[in-house]
Ligand binder design. Sequence first.
Ligand code: 4AD
Ligand code: MG
Length: 430
Amino acid sequence: MQSVRIADIREHDGEEVTIKGWLYNKRSSGGIHFLIIRDGTGFMQAVAVRGEIPDDQFELCNNLTQESSILVTGRIRADKRAAGGFEMSATGVELVQLAEEYPITLKEHGVDFLLDHRHLWIRNPRQHAALLVRDEVISAAEDWLRSNGFVKIDAPILTPAACEGTTTLFETDYFGEKAYLSQSGQLYNEAACMAFGKVYCYGPTFRAEKSKTRRHLIEFWMIEPEMAYATQEDNMVIQEEFLSYIVQRCLAKRRQELITLERDLSKLECIVPPFPRLSYDEAVELLHEEGKEFEWGDDFGAPDEATISMKYDKPVFVTGYPTKVKAFYMQPDPDRPEIVKCSDLLAPEGYGEIIGSSERIHDLDLLAARMREHNLPEEAYGWYLDLRRYGSVPHSGFGLGIERTVAWITGSEHVREMIPFPRLINRIYP
Ligand code: 4AD
Ligand code: MG
């Protein structure tokens, strides 16, 4: 018998096919078993009627436990009442393994319990849907970059120096020398864009963040484009096109999953360029108008970003942050050296920062001075300074955090469920 995927079921209306999957749920009434099966690509109901499948297989259905692995054969038929639009009339059920009592029942569980069972929890329809959206975000991002001339360059994970400040570094021993897990591939991207023009890297990044919030992971994934000869203005135009493409792709390809997650799709449909822009100064004024206490020169916390981003129905660029709250490599504004040519992109509905971006310092002396101010050891950054010695040009780039972006697109509360196996301040299991 031809085996097919639930995701492709509409191509098999009227055919007899086999689905290789697991039992998600079961309801029995009189001589009928209603089996909800999942196969990794979707969920579907198979209806097994006594007399329409062999008796021993009907009896088997009586004893099937949640998450037992089964091969279900039957005829596919369109049914408007069915969740995915199709159902199966079973003609055979074959057992692969009878599952032991499954710890995650269909009742409510606490989040700690669920995180302890994350290796099983990812089978749950909502978790599964969110991770499929995550997959779409990643593939849409890479497709857009490649079709716009960006070359993928992989940055190292083990590095001799910090990119985003020394307070959140993970230190490890590198054959007797100190090494750090990468906080960002940016510095290597800067070298690569001088060799390839437009580049990006995609990989895991690590921050020993002491903060326990719904936006912070210890290990998260970031996609980072970098462009030679690009100004911060060019950088923002790229970001709004890039992010709009990602959102529209999720709407087109993962609509069913977004519906499973009860996402308000109209909030995503309006995500098209251009995005509003707000200077840091204006953002501070906005906070004051909202009655919040905030002093010019401070960095925004999550509640401040939430207040700002609630005001917009599209992501909003906040530009020109104070130099002293941003990273050492950011280009100062020539007219106002107390601010830098940078922007954070804040996702609407209170989600806050999903992209950090800037133009980079291209002058050797200025960069060296900044590194001294930040107490960064020059030996570890010799190669990075070289980039300002041999054909330095203005250049810009950004980093989009995958899990925060997925949290916003799916309308989820917490980033911890936007990654298959979250690393949190108090959790490294499973
Ligand atoms: O703003 P960040 O720190 O920027 C950089 O790392 C730059 N070097 C990127 C670049 O220009 N190439 O981080 C970028 C994004 C944030 O906007 C956020 O989406 C995400 O990474 N991020 C986190 N996501 C989850 N947990 C954390 N602890 C995160 N820290 C940053
Ligand atoms: Mg940032």
